[in-house]
Design a protein. Structure first.
Length: 280
C-alpha cells in the first residue's frame, strides 16, 4: 500500500456535507480532482452545496442512522460515478448542554444514534467499495474522545466509540490495501459548535479552561486537515496540533483533569446551571 494517495480521479462520499466541516472537506476534495457525493438530511441543502462546489458532484439525501438509506446512497454513487474510493463519515449532532440527571433518554440516545451508530452505518455500507478499490475512510471523532465530557456526556461517549471504530478499522483494512483515519478536532467555528457552546452554561464551564485551548478555527482548516490526512493515509488527523500532546499523554493528564473538575468551583457552578435547565 502506497503511503501517498491522491484524490485526483477518485470518487468521494462525504456525510453531513451541506455545511461546516463536511462542506469544506467536499469542496477541497473536489478541488484536488475528486468527484464528490454530498450527503445531507436535506436534499435541497445538499444540492445547494453541490452548486457551490461545481461539476462532478452528486447531491444525496439520507439519514445516516438508516442502514437501508445509506446503502441506497452508496448504490446511487456507484451508478453515477462507477465506484467509490473515499468516504468521510462526518455527520453529527451536539447534545443538550446539561447533566445526565436532567437529560431525557431520547435526547441522550439520539446523539449516540447519530454520532456513533451513524458513523458505523456509513462505514458498513461503504466498506465493500473501499476494500475493492483500495480506498480510504475517515471517521470524524473529536478531542472529546479523550477529554472529560462533563455536560456533554453522550457526545463524548459517541466520539470515544468512533475513535475505537477508526483504530480497529485501520488495522482490519490493511490486508486489503485500504486504509482509515480517525480525525480529532478541537473547537471548529461551525453552526453546531455555536449552537451547542454559545450558552451561559458552557461559557461558565469555559472559564475553568485556558483561552488558547478553546480557540475556534474555521471549517476550511478542518477540511484541509482531512484532505491532507487522506493524501498521507494518516492514522490520525488532529487539529489544532497541540491536542496531539494531550492525546499522547492522556493517561497522565486525564486523571489530573478529572480531579480538577471535581473540585473547581466554576465547574460546580456550570453543573448547577446545567441542572437548573428544564429536562430535555
Amino acid at each position: 500500500m502506497s503511503p501517498s494517495y491522491s484524490p485526483a480521479g477518485k470518487v468521494a462520499l462525504v456525510t453531513g456535507a451541506a455545511r461546516g466541516i463536511g462542506f469544506e472537506t467536499a469542496r477541497q476534495l473536489h478541488a484536488k480532482g475528486a468527484s464528490v457525493a454530498v450527503l445531507d438530511l436535506n436534499l435541497e441543502a445538499a444540492q445547494q452545496a453541490c452548486d457551490q462546489i461545481g461539476e462532478r458532484t452528486l447531491a444525496l439525501a439520507a439519514d445516516v442512522t438508516d442502514s437501508g438509506a445509506m446503502q441506497q446512497a452508496v448504490n446511487q454513487v456507484v451508478e453515477r460515478f462507477g465506484g467509490l474510493d473515499i468516504v468521510v463519515a462526518n455527520a453529527g449532532v451536539a447534545p443538550p448542554v446539561t447533566t445526565m440527571a436532567k437529560m431525557g433518554p431520547e435526547a441522550f440516545e439520539r446523539v449516540i444514534e447519530i454520532d456513533l451508530l451513524g458513523v458505523w452505518r456509513t462505514v458498513h455500507a461503504t466498506l465493500p467499495q473501499v476494500i475493492d478499490r483500495r480506498g480510504h475512510i475517515v471517521v470524524v471523532a473529536s478531542v472529546y474522545a479523550f477529554v472529560n465530557g462533563v455536560l456533554a456526556s453522550p457526545y463524548a461517549i459517541a466520539k470515544a466509540g468512533v475513535e475505537q471504530l477508526g483504530r480497529a478499522l485501520r488495522a482490519e483494512l490493511r490486508i486489503h490495501g485500504a486504509s482509515a483515519s480517525t480525525a480529532y478536532f478541537g473547537f471548529i467555528d461551525t453552526d453546531m459548535v455555536r449552537d451547542a457552546f454559545d450558552s451561559e452554561v458552557t461559557q461558565q464551564l469555559e472559564e475553568a479552561y485556558p483561552a488558547w485551548l478553546l480557540k475556534r478555527l474555521p471549517p476550511a482548516d478542518a477540511g484541509a486537515a482531512i484532505v491532507a490526512g487522506i493524501e498521507r493515509r494518516a492514522p490520525r488527523i488532529i487539529l489544532p496540533r497541540w491536542w496531539a500532546v494531550w492525546s499522547t499523554l492522556r493517561g497522565v493528564i486525564n486523571p489530573v483533569l478529572d480531579r480538577f473538575l471535581e473540585r473547581d468551583k466554576r465547574v460546580h457552578k456550570a453543573v448547577r446551571m446545567g441542572e437548573s435547565k428544564p429536562p430535555e
